[in-house]
Write a protein that binds this ligand. Structure first.
Ligand code: CA
Length: 259
């Protein structure tokens, strides 16, 4: 399955330590990926500008700058590219900052090569699912389709926001398109499909990752914090996504189906 799945998937590795770079390249190569390695952030930007990879794996300590800043820049260039930070810095604050600026995952050195390959596959599955939805939206737009046929709803509204699952888009009450990462979109979808229900972190993790991604601590909290910043009028006093102490989160806004 892996050869078919991943044969043409391109992974960019940004790592200045040749030993680590070689190890990462070898394990991804064995996993069936097309791997390109660079040692500097400036080279990474060039690659992403000219031929964006499916996933970039970034070291945090690079000779020409910080991997956190690079994450922001690369996400700005290609928002739907997956980013995994691979770092020797294991402090929770580093992980949280990395995820906050838009990395999809974070793995600490020393790492288990098979785990890295599993994380890359998991991320590519999530990206593909979003792409598939976007392509289906284009196909649907090309053929006139009768309004809601009673299947799965494709749009949800809450407090003036419109979440469109087919277009993979979120519009604000002012009509602006808000840019969400693949994980933020999946998380918001999980909430609006289950309003007014307490969801534990484990449940949310299962829903958004379909169980195929190893849990990493605090990731749900970080993703919730990022989503709140994008949709809550006051992220410090959330009205939509409320924290239920010792239990999890609840989506407290009334949700209606259809757009
Ligand atoms: Ca380094």
């Amino acid at each position: 399955m892996q050869a078919e799945d991943t044969a043409r998937r391109r992974i960019l590795v940004v790592e200045d330590d040749p030993l680590v770079s070689e190890l990462v390249e070898d394990c991804l190569d064995e996993g069936g990926f097309d791997v390109q390695c660079v040692g500097r952030g400036s080279e990474a930007r060039k690659v992403v500008e000219t031929a964006p990879p499916d996933v970039a794996i970034l070291d945090l300590g690079l000779p020409d700058g910080d991997g956190i800043a690079l994450t922001t820049q690369l996400k700005g260039l290609v928002p739907h590219m997956g980013i995994i930070i691979l770092s020797g810095r294991s402090a929770p604050v580093e992980r949280i900052v990395g995820l906050e600026v838009g990395a999809d995952d974070y793995l600490c050195k020393p790492f288990e090569p098979r785990e890295l390959v599993a994380r890359v596959r998991s991320l590519i599955r999530r990206i593909d699912a979003l792409r598939g939805m976007a392509e289906a939206a284009v196909a649907n737009a090309a053929t006139p389709s009768p309004a809601n046929q009673g299947g799965d709803p494709s749009c949800y509204q809450f407090e003036g926001y419109l979440l469109n699952l087919e277009r993979v888009s979120l519009n604000s009450p002012e009509g602006e398109t808000l840019h969400l990462s693949s994980t933020e979109f999946a998380l918001l979808r999980a909430f609006v499909e289950r309003p007014n229900r307490v969801l534990t972190r484990d449940q949310l993790m299962d829903i958004i990752h379909n169980n195929d991604m190893p849990a990493f601590d605090r990731s749900i909290d970080v993703q919730v914090a990022r989503l709140r910043k994008k949709i809550e009028p006051d992220p410090k006093e959330p009205r939509f996504i409320k924290t239920i102490r010792n239990q999890g989160y609840i989506f407290a806004a009334p949700v209606s189906v259809g757009g």
